[in-house]
Write a protein that binds this ligand. Structure first.
Ligand SMILES: NC(=O)C1=CN([C@@H]2O[C@H](COP(=O)(O)OP(=O)(O)OC[C@H]3O[C@@H](n4cnc5c(N)ncnc54)[C@H](OP(=O)(O)O)[C@@H]3O)[C@@H](O)[C@H]2O)C=CC1
Ligand SMILES: O=C(O)CCC(=O)C(=O)O
Length: 478
């Protein structure tokens, strides 16, 4: 029996029911055994984080800076091993797994710097002789609930700012991919975090996550995942009068205009729609293409898809790894079926693939003749499935791009400065990409969306301070 990876509660590693972490490229391969926490464990973790908050929130910036820097250094030094673990448990390719691990190291490094840069303001009062100081303080115990699709970067971009700004943390990773999360908690713990500052409670959302939502002692919850769970987080947080931040789905459009550089557009769409097996909330699932370039674009994108190798995530030469598990594969296949029945034309892929090892392999699927009213154009599929919607001109493309309940990322491929400029101003999305894939963002600038995609302040960059701190206004008459 392989070693059991335990939960971290009040600085102690705590046993629990052992659950195998299964490799989606090869379901015979067990990545490791991970302990599931109980709702009592969650209560103890929250109590430990609450007890640790006063001292941690008053700790000097040098201590917090040092720990985050140390964690960043270790993640970077172990990027190949941790990237491999990530790809093995989640199914993105090794290059993507290592890239995401480097990104996590950069995020810890960035927030180590932010510890030293947290500034307030001093203003004159409207009353003579009085000064007003505006400062930021940690919020308290922050609950971190993360999805399976970015097993190291999303935990990093939530835990790093939480700790940097003096909060303590109770962290519940996705049950499907606990390995990368366990590794970063172990690294942070050894980097010198005092007991109780960071607690890890692995296990199912319905048990561990729900126990977090039900606790009156979490001051804030940051969540990334599905819209349905996001709504539960919101309702429970309002009940407990706590801060909450939600990053949910996307149905991101990539507009391709007649004047686009064809090679640029094809690469941006292949990457944005299908890399990481399409399992990104920023994936371009709607390709909105004007009629002058439509046929050329569909032909070239289909040729590009033919060149992509779908195989074991750890194999050299694989471009697209497996879908994360059987449930997600069933969801992808059901949407492919829905698309066909709705009258869209499947011009490439969509079938299950057999490889040397048993895994959840799906040939990327491309639909044409889709309309923006179809369910495949409105609902998040979260797999390697994209639809081309044909439009007459830029105005119609912009209208279609914006006609969605979501608003995370929105892209355009064009050589027209006028259209690029207009699109940047008028796309109803939190992030806009010109001649770049809708997915794949920098680690030091704000991340988040509008409409049904997000709720609350932005994540990442210095904008993260808005969620992880509360503002205090102090008046002084010397
Ligand atoms: N925007 C994004 O980045 C993501 C979007 N999705 C979308 O969601 C769909 C379903 O994926 P899924 O993983 O099931 O998404 P979920 O929203 O269920 O999962 C996200 C996180 O929330 C947890 N969770 C689940 N139920 C509760 C609850 N009652 N209380 C508190 N936490 C809970 C999950 O736990 P656990 O899974 O461990 O049980 C996981 O840690 C995908 O197909 C995709 O459409 C999914 C992932 C990321
Ligand atoms: O596209 C990216 O770089 C980030 C995507 C993401 O955060 C997500 O899919 O949850």
């Amino acid at each position: 029996m392989p070693e059991l990876h335990k939960n971290l509660i009040a600085g102690e590693w705590v046993d629990g029911e052992a659950i195998p972490n299964i490799n989606p490229s090869n379901t015979n391969d067990i990545v490791g055994q991970y302990a599931r926490a109980t709702s009592d464990d969650v209560k103890r973790a929250i109590a430990a984080a609450k007890a640790a908050f006063p001292a941690w929130s008053r700790s000097g910036p040098l201590e917090r800076h040092g720990i985050l820097r140390k964690a960043s250094d270790e993640i970077l030094a172990r990027k190949d091993e941790l990237g491999r673990l990530l790809s093995q448990e989640e199914g993105k390719t090794l290059a993507e797994g290592i890239g995401e691990t480097i990104r996590a190291a950069q995020i810890f490094d960035f927030f180590a710097g932010e510890v030293l840069r947290l500034a307030g303001e001093t203003l004159p009062s409207v009353r003579p002789g009085i000064t007003v100081d505006v400062t930021r303080e940690g919020v308290g115990v922050v609950g971190v609930i993360t999805p399976w699709n970015f097993p190291i970067a999303i935990p990093a971009w939530k835990i790093a700012p939480a700790l940097a700004y003096g909060n303590t943390v109770v962290f519940k990773p996705a049950d499907l991919v606990p390995g990368s999360s366990w590794a970063i908690v172990d690294i942070l713990n050894r980097a010198g975090l005092p007991k109780g500052v960071l607690n890890l409670v692995m296990g199912k959302g319905s048990v561990v996550g729900q126990a977090m939502l039900d606790s009156p002692d979490l001051a804030a919850i940051t969540f990334t995942g599905s819209t349905a769970t996001g709504k539960r987080v919101a309702a429970a947080s309002i009940e407990h009068n706590r801060k909450f931040q939600l990053e949910m789905g996307g149905k991101n459009p990539m507009v391709v205009l007649d004047d686009a550089d064809l090679a640029t557009a094809v690469e941006a769409c292949a990457n944005g729609a299908f890399f990481s097996t399409g399992q990104r909330c920023t994936a371009s699932s709607r390709l909105v293409v004007t009629e002058g370039i439509h046929d050329k674009f569909v032909g070239a994108l289909t040729d590009r898809l033919k060149s992509l190798v779908v195989d074991d995530a750890l194999k050299a030469g694989t471009h697209i790894g497996p879908v994360v598990d059987g449930n997600q594969l069933a969801q992808d296949e059901s949407y492919i079926d829905i698309g066909r029945k709705e009258g869209a034309r499947l011009v490439f892929g969509g079938e299950r693939l057999n490889r040397e090892t048993p895994g959840f392999y799906l040939q990327p699927a491309l639909f044409t003749e889709a309309t923006n009213e179809m369910r495949i154009s409105r609902e998040e599929i979260f797999g390697p499935v994209a639809s081309v919607i044909r439009v007459k001109n830029y105005d119609e493309a912009l209208a279609v791009a914006n006609d969605t309940p979501f608003g995370l990322s929105s892209g355009i491929c064009t050589s027209s400065l006028k259209h690029a400029h207009h699109f940047k101003r008028n796309a109803e999305a939190g992030m806009v990409m010109v001649n770049l894939p809708t997915a794949g963002v920098d680690f030091h600038v704000p991340f988040g969306g509008r409409k049904g995609s997000s709720y609350g302040p932005r994540e990442q960059g210095r904008y993260a301070a808005e969620f992880y701190t509360m503002v205090k206004t102090a008046y002084t008459l010397p």
